[in-house]
Design a protein around this ligand. Structure first.
Ligand code: DQA
Length: 136
């Protein structure tokens, strides 16, 4: 399950110099074609509580969660606690290299509870995250 947080519904339109020119829907089709044997699902919300609800809903039964909590990464104790509460492993991803950016983006409430973190490879970060689950 891929879970994307706030403003990632605007991928392709939003700051293309940082996040690229491809929408997530287009990229998701590419991912499905790349990993034909993997059952991928995708959820996006701009609302913190909806992200927590989705993490709880899938977090005891799915094989893996790829989570880009976007701006909530840097602010949300609630999402960090949800990741700690579940049993499904979570790989945290970011499109941009958050460590090259403003200081407030250097903090993550998710990383400590994540299986690993992949960031800075553009949308390919998601592909690397799927591959990391397949590699075990
Ligand atoms: C982001 C990085 C965050 O700092 C930012 O708020 C986002 C996207 C990324 O994928 O690079 O919305 O998570």
């Amino acid at each position: 399950m891929i879970i994307n947080g706030p403003n990632l519904n605007l991928l392709g339109k939003r700051e293309p110099e940082v996040y690229g020119a491809t929408s997530f829907e287009e990229y998701f089709s590419h991912l499905q074609m790349t990993f034909r044997d993997v059952q991928l699902a995708y959820f996006q919300s701009n609302i913190e509580g909806e992200l927590i609800d989705k993490i709880q809903e899938v977090g005891f039964s799915y094989d893996g969660i790829i989570l880009n909590a976007a701006a909530y990464t840097h602010t949300s104790v609630g999402i960090g606690d949800a990741v700690k509460a579940i049993t499904t492993p979570v790989v945290e991803v970011h499109i941009s290299n958050t460590f090259k950016r403003e200081d407030f983006r250097h903090i993550s409430y998710i990383s400590a509870a994540a299986k690993g973190v992949i960031l800075g490879f553009g949308l390919k970060s998601y592909e690397l995250a799927v591959q990391s689950f397949l590699d075990g």
